[in-house]
Design a protein around this ligand. Structure first.
Ligand code: ZN
Length: 310
């Protein structure tokens, strides 16, 4: 692990604690800090994403039989959202991210059988300290018979896991959004990076983005111009189970945050909660995308959702 985070940053402390938690567990392998030759690079960035952190397989490393492990990874913390977490929550996030580095995917277990790999905030409130038995068993299974004898499953590909809140009500999505729009996906442009929108050039890996023009048929909440520009993770350049690409011509309902950044004369908006704020409209019904964190508005009617807005 090479730490590219400012040593005074709270994430350096969180990361160090996370590594110790895994190293003190019976899980195979040990994390250690190095100054060169690392196969895990840790970073911090400011992102408009509502997520706390993500782990991105970097390059074409060798995958394990589960198809999750890749030889090199970038682990990125989002200062915008991590800053509001408590010290304990920050290191629990670090333990979770290191679980992805090991090759673990997400779990859906409750605190009865706690797992640090559960998405969202539930894991913060389970008793005891992660990693828990379920996590350690998962890592042990991946690295059977040994840390070096892992080979790629045919067809497996690098996958980025994003980690942030899981919203359980339309009200939560609404409170976090600046506008709610109904409209049609008019134009999709690719080839952007989030740091371009922010007008910066940093060493840390930037999120690849598409820019999407939405022709607004109705501002369900708020007001604005006839089209809005929405950034979305470019899933071609960054495959992830957390984002579903827009399709031109689709009718959508979007919960959007103003990122505060202008790019090429366009104000950039971000979808609240990755795909949780992205719904497709089909025959009066709202369909959540197939993303891992599905929208709390999925399956509702437009009228039902509108009634729950501020
Ligand atoms: Zn995760």
């Amino acid at each position: 692990m090479r730490n590219n985070i400012n040593s005074a940053s709270p994430y350096t402390a969180a990361l160090s604690r996370g590594m110790t938690r895994w190293n003190d567990s019976p899980a195979p392998g040990q994390f250690r800090s190095v100054t060169s030759g690392a196969n895990v690079n840790a970073w911090q960035v400011y992102s408009s994403s509502t997520d706390w952190a993500w782990v991105t397989p970097n390059g074409t490393g060798t995958g394990c039989p589960t198809g999750y492990y890749f030889a090199t990874n970038d682990l990125t913390f989002n200062t915008r959202t991590m800053d509001s977490l408590s010290e304990r929550q920050q290191w629990v996030v670090a333990v979770h991210e290191l679980g992805h580095v090991y090759g673990l995917a997400h779990t859906s277990s409750s605190c009865n059988r706690p797992s640090v790999m559960k998405t969202g905030t539930d894991k913060f409130n389970c008793t005891g300290t992660p990693p828990w038995n379920d996590d350690i068993t998962g890592v042990t299974n991946i690295y059977r018979p040994s840390l070096t004898e892992v080979t790629a499953r045919p067809g497996s590909r690098p996958m980025t896991y994003f980690d942030g809140p899981v919203y359980t009500s339309v009200g939560e999505l609404d409170v976090l959004s600046d506008i709610v729009v109904r409209g049609t996906v008019e134009k999709i442009r690719s080839g952007f990076d989030e740091e371009q929108f922010q007008g910066i050039d940093i060493a840390a890996p930037s999120l690849p983005m598409t820019l999407n023009t939405i022709r607004v048929s109705r501002y369900v909440r708020g007001s604005g111009p006839a089209t809005v520009t929405v950034q979305q993770i470019d899933t071609v350049r960054m495959p992830t189970p957390d984002a579903t690409p827009f399709e031109a011509g689709d009718e959508v309902l979007l919960f959007l945050k103003d990122t505060g950044f202008d790019f090429g004369g366009e104000r950039i908006h971000a979808i609240t909660g990755m795909d949780q704020g992205y719904l497709r409209l089909r025959g009066g019904r709202l369909l959540g995308t197939p993303a891992e964190r599905r929208s709390p508005a999925a399956g509702l009617t437009m009228e039902h959702v509108t009634a729950q807005l501020r």
